[in-house]
Design a protein around this ligand. Structure first.
Ligand code: KMH
Ligand code: ZN
Length: 313
């Protein structure tokens, strides 16, 4: 009997992000060498895509300074063939020109592209901690109840033009609610993005759709209707929803994202020791379910990427 082929699953690992702060976990990397090391270890564990933000190496505060990215990108490229994905959503306080500056300089294979404007708040997290490692952390979290994460149609068109057309970068389309799928459909109908588009369904951000399985099924069904066979999808569950939703995504035929940007935990009440620990865990879970982890080369073919020889770092 012919052996049935197992399905390849792209694991994205989001290494440090802009939501958690250093007080919350000693494992959260913010020095360039720690970001690079954890990224490489996550790739060795099975992550085909590394979603990267930068931080100030001394304070751990979120940074969109291209120079901070360039401190770790070359080291990552030297040590792994995993796909580098640079965030364009690293700050709610800066212009789109500033947010895209790291990607303009580094010209990676992939970038994030947030598909709608929204509330994006971490303020409830501030009540969980008393002693802060750095002064910036508490006000940063508390003030997020007044932030609007701005991603207008004009902003999206700007990123499409500058990074998509300008650098042949493929996007991780971050969709935090069902309306964002319709925004993407509108943009595709106006010729902005070439299929297959890669959609990250995001659940559990305060301001976006909640982390319920019903919502995942609803997002998937809506995307099937809107995009048919012209899309690939992945799931990001924030906080405690991370591993459960990622496992369900894999069993439903999708891809998944883990990493300390999205959750600091490895199980209920236990901090993860590293990004790689989360990648190893989800890998074990989905391999038990008959899925196979996509290599970077396989992920490049699935996503139609320009290749690592065409980046500028
Ligand atoms: N922090 C995630 C919920 C971005 O970097 O552009 C979404 C994200 C956005 O990763
Ligand atoms: Zn991110």
């Amino acid at each position: 009997m012919a052996e049935k082929k197992s399905r390849k699953v792209i694991i994205t690992c989001a290494i440090t992000g802009g939501i958690p702060t250093p007080t919350m976990s000693p494992a959260l990397p913010y020095r360039s060498e720690d970001i690079a090391r954890q990224a490489v270890e996550a790739a060795q564990a099975g992550a085909a895509v590394l979603h990267l933000h930068a931080r100030h190496p001394e304070t751990g505060a979120v940074s969109i300074d291209p120079e901070h990215f360039m401190r770790f990108l070359p080291q990552i490229k030297r040590s792994t063939d995993a796909i580098v994905n640079i965030s364009t959503g690293g700050s709610v306080l800066h212009t789109m020109e500033q947010r895209t500056a790291p990607a303009q300089q580094a010209s990676p294979e992939m970038c994030s592209l947030n598909m709608g404007s929204m509330n994006f708040s971490m303020h409830p997290l501030a009540d969980r901690y008393q002693d802060w490692k750095f002064d910036w952390e508490e006000p940063y979290l508390r003030n997020s109840d007044s932030y609007i994460f701005r991603n207008t149609f004009r902003d999206i068109a700007y990123i499409s033009r500058e990074l998509g057309e300008g650098h042949n970068i493929k996007f991780e389309h971050e969709c935090y609610d069902v309306g964002h799928l319709y925004n993407l459909k509108f943009c595709m109908d106006h010729g902005m993005f070439k299929p297959p588009v890669f959609i990250q369904f995001i659940f559990g951000i305060l301001g976006g759709i909640g982390p319920d399985i019903d919502n995942l099924v609803f997002m998937k069904r809506t995307a099937d209707r809107l995009f048919g066979d012209k899309y690939l999808w992945s799931v990001l569950g924030a906080g405690g929803a991370q591993m459960g939703l990622a496992t369900i995504a894999a069993t439903m035929g999708g891809n998944l994202r883990v990493g300390l940007e999205d959750s600091l935990f490895i199980e209920r009440g236990k901090l993860a020791a590293s990004n790689a620990e989360q990648v190893w865990k989800i890998r074990r879970l989905i391999e038990e379910l008959g899925c196979e982890v996509a290599t970077p080369a396989e992920a490049r073919a699935m996503l139609g990427l320009k290749g690592p020889d065409n980046v500028k770092f």
